[in-house]
Design a protein around this ligand. Structure first.
Ligand code: GCU
Length: 354
């Protein structure tokens, strides 16, 4: 099986910034579509709530508004953090779930996620939840409500929900980076599942994110296409055509002819620290192929003077492979993101940033 290469010539290593752009363009043209590139008549970002809680914890709510051609849309952002006299590292959480009527989390699930947000805050990080589906709905028939309505017909801006979500998280990061509570050199983008795919695409495009974590991102996320089991391009483009550019569907059943594979997406995050996690009961995402992609992306990390995965042997469940600038674990249990995942991820970034 021919796997496309990160580096095709020796020059590619020496001229990584050029090769990087070529790879990015291949993903844009064949999978994710263009990241929006438009200016707005008005863009506002401001804090609308500040809650001071017990024991020096805070919760803030910000809103981002964009206006163009007399139309406007916006999204909300929640921050969870602990008082500090020093600027703090941050974890941005791509959240396309909270307003989705099909998969809206139950009250219990929300509590579980809230616990994770406060856990991240307790570890000295600012947890920034960006509710991206408020700007671009996660539904094939309705994703053009909101953000897309602001574009002109001739904007030549074919894109996808994943590209709009990735762009929105970057806009929020850009607004927050000048806020003195943020340490600009330690800003991580993260997401679970469809949001994990988005976090990878966001990290690949925007180098202001200095670390990336994607959990159970599977097909169109960390998992290699070639040889993948579970969800394939045919499945994802049928059920979620709005996540990708139209061209992607042409590769359904023809994964071999894609000019890229997902290890090349991970390579675009190098040399920044990268965490990929899987779940043992998640055959749909295909953990072995998520792992393989990490192994192969190591080539880019090594070429840039960093370490890839510390071991190339598929690990036991709940045994993270520690010691590289890419870290991987497979959690025992179902698809989703759990406290166990964060308990491995935060110490990894602490080590990387120390
Ligand atoms: C579906 C989809 C996956 C996606 C997941 C999720 O299962 O097929 O690709 O990752 O939803 O976002 O939870």
């Amino acid at each position: 099986m021919d796997i496309p290469k990160i580096f095709t010539t020796k020059e590619d290593i020496a001229n990584w910034s050029i090769r990087r752009k070529e790879i990015l363009k291949l993903f844009e043209d064949n999978i994710y579509g263009k990241i929006p590139d438009v200016s707005f008549d008005l863009e506002e970002f401001g804090r609308c709530e500040h809650l001071s809680l017990e024991n020096g914890y805070f919760k803030d709510v910000y809103r981002l508004w964009i206006c163009r051609n007399s139309k406007m849309c916006g999204l909300s952002v929640e921050l969870f953090y602990k008082k500090s006299s020093e600027p703090l590292p941050s974890v941005f959480i791509v959240d396309p779930f909270s307003n989705n009527p099909y998969i809206r989390p139950s009250a219990l699930e929300r509590l579980r996620i809230m616990d994770q947000n406060w856990y991240i805050a307790s570890q000295g990080y600012i947890c920034v939840c960006v509710h991206v589906d408020e700007i671009c709905f996660d539904d094939p028939d309705r994703y053009k409500w909101g953000f897309f309505e602001l574009l002109d017909k001739d904007d030549n801006n074919p894109t996808s929900a994943i590209s709009v979500w990735a762009w929105a998280v970057e806009r929020v990061r850009k607004h927050l980076e000048s806020n003195p509570i943020f340490d600009k050199s330690r800003m991580i983008v993260s997401g679970c599942s469809r949001a994990g795919k988005t976090a990878l695409w966001c990290g690949a495009n925007f180098e202001g994110f200095t670390g990336v974590f994607a959990s159970v991102s599977g097909c169109t996320g960390a998992a290699m296409h070639r040889g993948k089991t579970g969800e394939r391009i045919a499945d994802i483009t049928k059920q979620f055509p709005h996540w990708s550019c139209p061209k992607y569907a042409e590769y359904a059943g023809k994964e071999e002819s894609l000019p890229v594979d997902q290890h090349m997406l991970l390579s675009l995050i190098a040399p920044r620290p990268l965490y990929i996690s899987s779940a043992s009961e998640d055959d749909w995402a295909c953990p072995k192929k998520e792992f393989e992609s990490c192994v192969l992306a190591g080539e880019a990390y090594r070429a840039l003077g960093k370490r890839g995965l510390a071991s190339e042997e598929f690990p036991e469940t709940n045994s993270p492979i520690i010691g590289g600038d890419i870290q991987y674990h497979i959690r025992k249990g179902p698809h989703g993101i759990y406290m166990y995942d964060w308990e491995q991820v935060i110490p990894f970034f602490n080590r990387e940033y120390s």
